[in-house]
Design a protein around this ligand. Structure first.
Ligand SMILES: [Zn+2]
Length: 326
């Protein structure tokens, strides 16, 4: 090979036009789902900024409606709503109350913006006094099968309120089948399930627990969420959820688990979602606030990486911020 007779990859990187022409991955507004925290409060003006998630707040229903509307003006198409009830109890009854906080927030969002796609998170941990994702069995463990009925009730109440997609995040075995059956029975066979199929017991959920006030009162969630060291197990979880009727499979968190996103993308034909969680958001925001990372480039690169790994949709707290950049 004569000198100079080698692959010249730089030819296609030389100008912005050439780079635009050969770009393989493009973020679109439709890819992004903005996460919001809504609080059950009589104060319609309630808005409490979250210290560990700069830029995000706990919002009253009316504040949520206003904020989502402003984001929709920028091109936002979809939101996922997490609720903070006024009261918690051992059975997490606020999760499946017809007038629960998420149910009321979804009703208001859908009556104000029928075209907005509203995803609801189905779990009990924001509503239980002990902060675990299901009913306790009296020995400090979560009773899987007894929890399924409550998750199914929660899903149906969300669908009744107008939710477009139901997203169970509890990691109980058999929950997708239980939720699918309950939705079908209640006349919601048209409502898809986005399953948190591969959800790891992650340190990156820390800021969310402040935001949603849902830290477990004792122990942790390693008895039901996945070990960060495992990937084959994730494939098994995803296959089980598909068999049970999941329409979309999710990996959570996103950035530390891009190999899992890619594996699911290559293993299944179903749409894949990834959740860029509170800790990923906090990490980026902290470095940006210190001037250690360039805001726009770092955030866009993080989301592009998740999409490149194979995610069709990304739940992120950055959606509002990046929409004007796309
Ligand atoms: Zn939970």
């Amino acid at each position: 090979m004569a000198f100079g007779d080698f692959h010249r990859g730089r030819r296609l990187r030389r100008t912005a036009f050439l780079r635009d022409m050969v770009r393989e991955t493009e973020l679109r507004p439709d890819d992004l789902i903005q996460g919001y925290f809504v609080v059950d409060t009589p104060d319609a003006d309630f808005e409490k900024p979250l210290g560990s998630m700069p830029g995000q707040s706990q919002l009253s229903v009316e504040k949520l409606v206003a904020r989502a509307g402003a984001a929709m003006d920028m091109g936002l198409r979809s939101v996922i709503v997490f609720g903070l009830p006024e009261k918690k109890d051992p059975a997490g009854s606020g999760a499946y109350a017809d007038d629960g906080i998420v149910q009321r927030a979804v009703m208001r969002l859908k009556e104000t913006y029928p075209q907005l796609a509203v995803v609801t998170d189905v779990c009990l941990c924001e509503y239980t006094s002990h902060g675990h994702c299901g009913l306790l069995d009296g020995h400090g463990e979560v009773n899987n099968d007894a929890t399924l009925e409550l998750l199914a009730k929660t899903a149906v109440s969300h669908a009744r309120a107008g939710a477009d997609i139901i997203a169970p995040s509890d990691m109980m075995d058999g929950r997708v089948a239980a939720i699918r059956a309950a939705l079908d029975d209640a006349g919601f066979s048209h409502i898809p399930i986005m399953s948190y199929a591969v959800k790891y017991a992650s340190a990156f959920y820390g800021p969310f627990r402040e935001a949603a006030e849902s830290a477990p009162a004792f122990g942790d969630r390693r008895g039901y969420q996945m070990d960060p060291a495992n990937v084959r197990e994730g494939l098994r979880e995803a296959a089980a959820d598909l068999e049970e009727g999941a329409d979309i499979l999710m990996v959570k968190p996103a950035m530390p688990y891009l190999d899992v996103v890619r594996l699911l993308r290559d293993s299944f034909d179903t749409p894949i979602a990834a959740y860029q969680v509170s800790g990923e958001y906090a990490m980026l925001q902290a470095a940006i606030a210190n001037g250690w990372l360039d805001e726009k480039r770092a955030i866009l690169e993080s989301l592009t990486g998740i999409k490149r790994a194979g995610a069709d949709m990304i739940i992120t707290y950055f959606a509002e911020k990046v929409l004007p950049w796309l």
